[in-house]
Design a protein. Sequence first.
Length: 304
Amino acid sequence: MKSLLKLHTLTLLGLAFVANLGLQVYLATGQLKTWAEINWMDVTGEGGSAVLALAWLIMLLHSRPAGRVTRLLALGLACVFFSWWMDTLDEFIQLPELAVWDNWLETAPMPIGLLLLTLGIYHLNQEQRAISQQMSKREKGFREHRLFDKLTPLGAAEYLRQQVQLALGHAQAEQQPLSLVVVDLDDFNTINQRYGQAEGDAVLQAIAQQLLLNLRRQDLLCRLAGDRFVAVLPNTGETQARMIADELQQAVASLAHKTAQHGERVHLRASTGTVMAFDEDAEQLLKRLNLNLAKTKQQLPRCA
């Protein structure tokens, strides 16, 4: 209650002053009605409405921060309260017949208050829409944050599937080729066993940066799982995709990563696979890509 009075002292004291001034004017110019002359039905309706308007005003001031919207709503409720307050006083005090100013005190504040409330509600709606947009962006950002890999600055498997599906739709609509390249590090487990998992994580981070540097601006690189990366290549045919795969393979082999503990260079190799998209969905395309990679790895011993 103390904070309410501190924040909105002028509003509440101003309303109390005006309401008391109206009461004093009525008492100075009129006479109190007898008990039998009072219409208690009107007193209940008009007085109850005034009490509700005052309660709404107090709740508004207590729950909202200061600002244009709060100011408009508060002034509107104050005018509505004053109008009903004067109507209620009219039920207890009989004014002279020649007094016509009382009609202005009773009726004029009501439309003014409703107009102010309308403006306040309009700006409140604009405010809520802005807040909803911000919350929607935050929620979207939070959802997408969960789709990104925790170790590397790349999208994770679920994000990759979503983007592949979008790329498939775009490729079909634009009648353009779409290809995927997978890069899988050879014997990566030996790095973890020999140098530790922390060094293995550092290698994956370095590989991610190396692959990104060797891709085009329109390409998308994601970490599918473990030491396996997938590049989505829009507007790229199978022949060009194989050339890019060879470049990525050479980029991995030329990476001069040295261990943090002894400064020993880690020699890396990678196997690659490529597929070109046809009339299929993301799951089928990724499945073909993994099968292509498996065939490539099966040929490694024979090439050795």
